[in-house]
Design a binder for this molecule. Structure first.
Ligand SMILES: Nc1ncnc2c1ncn2[C@@H]1O[C@H](COP(=O)(O)OP(=O)(O)OP(=O)(O)O)[C@@H](O)[C@H]1O
Length: 308
């Protein structure tokens, strides 16, 4: 694994003593899309701001492309594009000038062909000469992305890029993110939308109360999502499993009135048909069937609840 961002024992307390990050360790791989999920106030924005060198750590270190974000701020920051949560644009400026100016701030030579291409990719090209104040909220969000990309960063941070945007724009943004990934850009995004993490992330990190609870490959989480639980209500309670059902990995519910079968919805065979046949052969009568799915949302809610 090649880490492009390395966060070690990072703590951040704000003036007044509130600890927003309490010892975060995180390695971000070059070229991956990492989604950071967490409830309001979990510390997502603080973490991003600290990695970007905007907020100074209380202790611990952050290295970006091998550069310490505090002692080697310029070199680290040059590698980073940041799309902030808040829209902070100059209303009387045109789209083109806004993006051009951002590039200039990084000391890069003017390159209008590149900016034209960025605007095209973000479906903003026809607005290049429009004043910011003439744009819709969604278009302003696209301008924020264009600004962040103007100096050709190799790491892009998107802080809740799709908060309050419509479904179509959200889909457009996902397309832009996929295209950037294909060009080798590492992308870190924060989101409240679990389906967004499911749609585009390679790995998912869950953050709560200033700590990272887990960082896992999305497929592994999806695997957990694929787990389903079948509950078979019985007409007569049982205390032990009949011989016919001994090898099926079943559990008897605490009251003896039901059998519990956990299975993977993604496998070709769930074993349910055979199980029901064996149930009949064992002379057990069922009165009801119920299935429950554990989703990424369940995992998320459980994890976050455990830490509260
Ligand atoms: N400048 C600040 N001074 C004091 N406390 C702050 C400051 N900025 C953030 N906090 C606190 O730090 C905690 C983490 O905030 P942060 O904005 O990082 O959370 P978040 O996960 O991004 O939340 P959201 O999803 O609501 O954007 C919150 O309790 C917040 O009130």
């Amino acid at each position: 694994m090649t880490s492009i961002v390395s966060v070690r024992d990072l703590k951040k307390s704000y003036a007044g003593g509130f600890e927003a990050l309490s010892g975060v360790n995180l390695e971000i791989e070059k070229g991956e899309i990492l989604a950071l999920l967490g409830p309001n106030g979990a510390g997502k924005t603080t973490l991003i701001s600290t990695i970007c060198g905007i907020s100074i750590p209380t202790s611990g270190t952050v290295r970006v492309g091998g550069h310490d974000v505090v002692t080697d701020f310029r070199a680290a920051r040059n590698l980073i594009g940041l799309v902030p949560q808040e829209i902070n644009l100059e209303p009387f400026e045109t789209v083109m000038n806004t993006v051009r100016f951002s590039r200039g701030l990084f000391g890069k030579p003017r390159n209008d062909a590149l900016i034209d291409q960025i605007l095209k990719d973000l479906s903003l090209h026809d607005k290049r000469d429009s004043k910011i104040m003439m744009l819709s909220g969604g278009m302003k969000r696209r301008v924020l992305i264009a600004k962040a990309l103007s100096h050709e960063p190799s790491i892009l941070f998107l802080d809740e890029p799709t908060a309050g945007v419509d479904v179509e724009l959200r889909k457009d943004m996902w397309d832009v993110v996929a295209k950037l990934k294909a060009s080798g850009v590492t992308i870190i995004l924060t989101t409240h939308y679990i389906e967004e993490a499911e749609a585009i992330a390679d790995r998912v990190g869950i953050i709560s109360k200033g700590s990272i609870l887990l960082v896992e490959k999305k497929e592994d989480l999806m695997q957990r999502m694929g787990k389903k639980r079948l509950r078979i209500e019985l007409s007569t309670p049982i205390s032990e499993l009949p011989q016919e059902l001994a090898d099926r990995g079943l559990e008897i519910a605490a009251d003896g009135n039901a059998l519990i079968h956990d299975y993977d919805t993604r496998s070709d065979r769930t074993g349910i048909t055979a199980l029901l046949k064996d149930l009949q052969n064992a002379g057990l009568k069922m009165t009801d069937l119920e299935t429950q799915q554990s989703s990424l949302e369940d995992i998320f809610v459980d994890l976050v609840r455990e830490t509260s």
